[in-house]
Design a protein around this ligand. Structure first.
Ligand code: SF4
Ligand code: FES
Length: 287
């Protein structure tokens, strides 16, 4: 059975975070307690209720931010992404969200689920209680429903020149660029990033400064600064980039990025390590 929610829900301000209201067109106006409810004919099935943020500036009747509530039949192992796909395919084909790999690899489905940044594809419904509130990533402009504009995130990634630049050019293209096991171990965790943007979305500093490089880009810089195969000159340039006024020294060591990273990258630790490397580099004239 399928049903489509109407969009005449009255809305009030429910989000008093000024940073959210400032970057989201009227997004802070929606009240989850007034969600429009969509319920299928479910006899004895187990269900979960999702309150999903809705906003579509191109459709007049959906241009007012609001929540729709979907009742979803659940099964063991069901994820938030499974439930969103069910809601879209069963109730409302206009429900918009990003996803691809469904196995925590592509990073496209980071959302604000039950008050925390999480990958929808690896978040079990059974771990969340009921109802489950689903919002777009905070601190980013909403384009439609759960889809946010990630431009700042990608610009910051680009700013740290995220490509390997070895000291020595190999004799031919097939020659391996060998690295010691110890050095590999040192950068191993930093290479796990899937560019989901959860860390940047959780960061209060990034929320107030959209030029702040942010945890993901700084972690990517760490990956290269600590790579023994890049030379001293390249390392110096990289440290200059991360020591920019919108770089590592903005970090207030709040650990929110580390808390939400779905790949368990010790982001705050890596940011602090680059601060230390920068200071050591600045003091080299004493050697
Ligand atoms: S560092 Fe972690 S939270 Fe940040 S973009 Fe990469 S995977 Fe996502
Ligand atoms: S769908 Fe690719 S990380 Fe979740």
């Amino acid at each position: 059975m399928s049903s489509t929610p109407s969009d005449d829900t009255e809305t009030v301000h429910s989000d008093d975070d000024p940073a959210v209201a400032s970057v989201r067109p009227e997004a802070g106006m929606a009240d989850p307690s007034e969600a429009e409810r969509v319920t299928p004919d479910l006899d004895d099935e187990e269900t979960a209720t999702m309150r999903v943020f809705r906003y579509d500036p191109d459709v007049p009747e959906r241009a007012e931010p609001h929540y729709d509530e979907f009742v979803i039949p659940t099964h063991e192992g069901m994820t938030v992404l499974d439930a969103l796909i069910y809601a879209r395919d069963t109730y409302d084909s206009s429900l918009t969200f990003r996803h691809s790999c469904q196995q925590a690899v592509c990073g496209s489905d980071a959302l604000f689920v039950q008050g925390a940044q999480r990958l929808a594809c690896r978040t079990q419904l059974s771990a969340l209680g009921d109802p489950i509130q689903i919002d777009p990533l905070p601190h980013k402009p909403v384009e439609k429903d759960l889809v946010v504009d990630m431009s700042d995130f990608y610009d910051q990634m680009e700013a740290i020149e995220p490509y390997f630049d070895p000291d020595e050019t190999p004799a031919d293209d097939l020659e391996e660029q060998r690295q010691s096991p110890e050095n590999r171990e040192k950068i191993k965790l930093s290479t796990r990033c899937i560019q989901c943007g959860a860390c940047q979305s959780s960061c209060n500093v990034a929320a107030g400064d959209n030029e702040y490089l942010g945890p993901a880009a700084i972690n990517k810089a760490y990956r290269f600064v600590m790579d023994e195969r890049e030379g001293a000159e390249r390392r110096k340039t990289r440290l200059e980039i991360v020591e920019d006024e919108h770089g590592v020294w903005r970090c207030q060591t709040q650990f929110s990025c580390t808390d939400v990273c779905p790949k368990d990258i010790p982001l705050t630790e890596h940011i602090q390590a680059l601060k230390r490397e920068g200071v050591k580099d600045d003091l080299k004239f004493w050697e």
